[in-house]
Design a protein around this ligand. Structure first.
Ligand code: NDP
Length: 394
């Protein structure tokens, strides 16, 4: 496949457009300069033909980004009790936003279009953070592929459709770095999307996540919706899921080391060889990036969100061990799958837009472990059953 580079910095390959042709365009970081600076209008209600003649007009900074989103704007955080949603809520509250709209899964099943339509009609959100989904590690993905594809396809489709129907001013959709091909050149730039076969262990999830990007692009192209997509790397932090059957690697390690220490074990056995390399971003950093992109980015292309730094799973395990249970031995169960050999995002577009992560991996793990211990004492860690109340003798 022919690769087209960013017309401004000549570094990033362009994505194939919805219309199936590859077009010269600027990467997000360069689009402002390429388009002649700020102040250009968004491609409102863009028709396919307008996209052809003025491709760069769809990757502009919003002139509104020079202004803050009003603090009393109605902002819906879909998935507000999750790792990401919780961090976005904390950040919005800290910034002084006063009109935050939420609904738990029991109150609103986001897979149900009619229910989502009714909710949007009643609440009329102006801004939407679409950070809900069925999420999990290799084990959960391999055991529940139907749930991973169906739930996520439906959640993305119902929310995007309702947002368009009710005139939401801006929506941020969160995908995942799983969208990129298994053998993608590292670090993975935005243009690597759809350039090769996906990692088989999470292909159904990845297909749903890619469909979310395409939904946002299609509603932008046909209806002029200001819907943007961000692709975060692996996340961790307070509020994560610690259920060993559905958790991601980092919370699973924290729990395993903690429980091994409590039992007085000499060693912990971890899945795989420890050789794959991964990148980790603290959820508070991701929330910061989400608010930043909401204000500063209006492009049709998705934007990678990560640290741009990776480490081996073996090094990660040693970091967690040193925080949670220093001295414990680590054994590797190489019969279990490793997943992709390396997954590192190219975050130069995000850096060019002006955002960088702040939380380092070692302090981030230490802070997450402190949170874990505090919440465990209260019996409120997701994925770990609260201990039975001890009956008091009378
Ligand atoms: P969590 O599992 O922590 O949270 C998911 C949230 O989605 C929960 O609040 C849950 O609601 C809500 N939800 C799920 N299904 C439904 C449904 N049918 N109806 C209503 N609400 C629903 O996930 P994360 O915060 O980790 O992930 C958020 C997003 O970030 C996802 O899109 C995921 O793909 C993406 N992402 C996550 C990564 C990670 O490492 N965690 C990495 C890359 C991307 P409730 O609390 O009521 O059950």
């Amino acid at each position: 496949m022919r690769e087209v580079l960013c017309i401004a910095c000549a570094r990033h390959s362009s994505a194939t457009s919805l219309l199936g042709f590859r077009r010269p365009r600027a990467c997000p970081g360069c689009s402002q300069a390429a388009a002649g600076g700020p102040g250009q209008p968004l491609a409102a209600a863009a028709s396919p033909s307008s996209a052809r003649v003025a491709p760069s007009a769809s990757i502009l900074r919003n002139p509104m980004s020079l202004h803050e989103i009003p603090l009393d704007a109605r902002i819906y955080v879909a998935g507000h009790r999750g790792l990401v949603g919780g961090a976005v809520m904390r950040r919005l509250v800290a910034e002084g936003f006063t009109n935050l709209l939420t609904a738990t899964r029991d109150e609103l099943d986001l897979r149900d279009q009619a229910a989502v339509d009714r909710w949007f009609d009643a609440r009329r959100p102006e801004y939407v953070y679409l950070v809900a989904g069925t999420v999990g590690g290799i084990w959960a993905n391999s055991r529940r592929p139907a749930e991973f594809i169906y739930d996520n396809l439906m959640i993305h489709a119902t929310v995007v459709h309702a947002a368009w129907r009710t005139g939401v001013k801006k929506l941020l959709y969160l995908g995942s770095s799983c969208i990129y091909p298994r053998e993608a050149v590292q670090p993975m730039a935005e243009g690597a999307l759809l350039t090769g076969p996906l990692e088989p262990t999470n292909e159904p999830y990845a297909i749903a996540k890619i469909a979310g990007i395409k939904l946002c692009q299609a509603y932008r192209l046909q209806y002029g919706c200001d819907f943007i997509s961000a692709m975060p790397t692996n996340l961790y932090g307070p509020g994560d899921n610690f259920d060993l059957e559905s958790s991601h690697v980092l919370p699973a390690m924290i729990r395993k080391f903690h429980e091994a220490r409590e039992r007085g074990d000499a060693a912990v056995t971890l899945w795989g060889t420890g050789a794959p390399r991964r990148e980790f971003l603290h959820a508070d950093d991701l929330a910061d990036a989400c608010l930043f992109l909401m204000r500063e980015y209006d492009g049709d292309g998705h934007v990678n969100v990560g640290t741009g730094e990776d480490l081996s799973i073996r090094s990660l395990a040693e970091l967690v061990r040193d925080v949670v249970a220093p001295g414990l031995a680590i054994e590797w169960d190489a019969a279990k799958p490793d997943g992709s050999p390396r997954k590192l995002l190219d975050v130069s577009c995000l850096h060019a837009l002006g955002w960088r992560h702040r939380v380092g991996i070692a302090p981030g793990i230490a802070a997450t472990y402190r949170w874990f211990v505090d919440e465990l004492a209260k019996g409120s860690v997701r994925g770990i059953a609260a201990p039975e109340a001890v009956p008091t003798s009378t």
